[in-house]
Design a protein. Structure first.
Length: 366
């Protein structure tokens, strides 16, 4: 089936083909789970493991926590720029979708930094806490670290001395996290945190997402996500010498059955919120984008109407309130594609569209 895309002039420069589902990945659910059934890509031959110090969040055992990321470099070309890619809830840099879009950008000549959020994936032992949708300081620290690294090592990495842009791609909750970081970023020279940000299937209203994943039809999805989140928390506690605190967390985890309960018992209090409702309100970027529009870089949102996890209506609401004449924020809503799916006969449609958008921004930089 074809997904109808409005014939908007704002997308003509991308030469977008209509999204067409490919058999057997028909419908939002199959589009969503497809990547979980695929094998991983290997690391690039030119890969560098990077440990980035961040402020300690909720542990007295360490002065600093660390984030782990992987820098990968294009082969035999001057890099066009840097793209930071991060995952969604319960994910890591090992997720197939993240590795796939990273490989595409690498092949097109970009340096790619694949970021594990706090306590996720291979970096779970480097932090005694987990990420939240409002871990803006972590992201700002990552960008500052990478800017300094590449500024000091331009010759080593053969970078363009005049212009070295930094873009970001957030998959699912990763886009929410990047948006919040952009809104919270304060710069003396009014420079944006990124030169551009692409968000694929990203929640703009966490409360509506919580209600959606609680629906009976999403029982299996929620159970899968909860098991991944619990596993991340338990593994991040392996180095915790406070046995009482460790056992307290284990007891809490046993009682948790839903994402909302996880956020209420663990995420919200560990990030200083009085309640899960306070956390959801503060970490939902929709309302803030409307009032802090100028703090954002160029943004590109892609969302499907049949996303079973993240309701598209918040993205549609943002599209409606934005001025039709503004060109900073582009929003593309499709009829089909699932959650972070968009699998077509030509590969991942959203990967292709996002890479086209980044290339366009690079080629039209002034």
């Amino acid at each position: 089936m074809r997904s109808k895309i409005n014939k908007l002039g704002e997308f003509s420069f991308l030469k977008i083909e209509k999204f067409i589902e490919v058999f057997p990945w028909i419908g939002g659910d199959l589009q969503t789970i497809r990547d979980s059934l695929c094998f991983d890509f290997k690391l690039s031959a030119y890969s560098e493991k990077v440990f980035i110090p961040v402020n300690n969040n909720c542990s007295d055992n360490y002065i600093k926590d660390y984030l782990l990321g992987f820098l990968e470099f294009p082969n035999n070309c001057i890099p066009k720029g840097l793209v930071i890619v991060t995952h969604g809830l319960g994910g890591s840099t090992k997720r197939f979708g993240l590795r796939r879009i990273s490989k595409k950008l690498l092949d097109e000549g970009y340096i790619v930094f694949k970021l594990n959020l706090r306590g996720a994936g291979s970096g779970r032992y480097l932090s005694n806490s987990n990420y939240s949708a409002k871990c803006s300081k972590d992201i700002i620290s990552v960008v500052a670290y990478l800017r300094k690294k590449f500024e000091e090592e331009k010759e080593t990495y053969k970078l363009n001395a005049k212009y070295f842009p930094i873009f970001a791609i957030g998959l699912s909750l990763g886009g929410t996290i990047f948006l919040n970081a952009c809104i919270d970023y304060k710069s003396n020279n009014k420079k944006k945190l990124f030169d551009g940000l692409a968000c694929v299937s990203s929640p703009l209203d966490l409360l509506s997402c919580s209600k959606c994943i609680d629906k009976p039809r999403n029982f299996i999805y929620q159970k899968w996500l909860i098991n991944r989140l619990k596993s991340q928390v338990l593994r991040s506690q392996d180095n915790n010498k406070d046995l009482f605190a460790k056992n307290t967390i284990k007891r809490k985890l046993k009682k948790i059955k839903t994402i909302r309960e996880f956020d209420d018992k663990l995420t919200a209090p560990s990030w200083g919120y009085k309640s899960v409702n306070d956390y959801y309100q503060d970490a939902s970027p929709l309302r803030k984008i409307k009032t802090c529009y100028e703090q954002l870089p160029s943004c590109f949102f892609i969302h499907s109407k049949d996303d079973p996890w993240v309701p598209y209506k918040s993205t549609l609401e943002l599209k409606k309130v934005l001025s039709k004449n503004q060109k900073k924020i582009l929003i593309l809503i499709t009829d089909k594609g699932g959650h972070n799916g968009f699998h077509s006969s030509k590969g991942c449609w959203s990967d292709n569209v996002v890479s086209q958008w980044i290339n366009h921004k690079i080629n039209n930089f002034d």
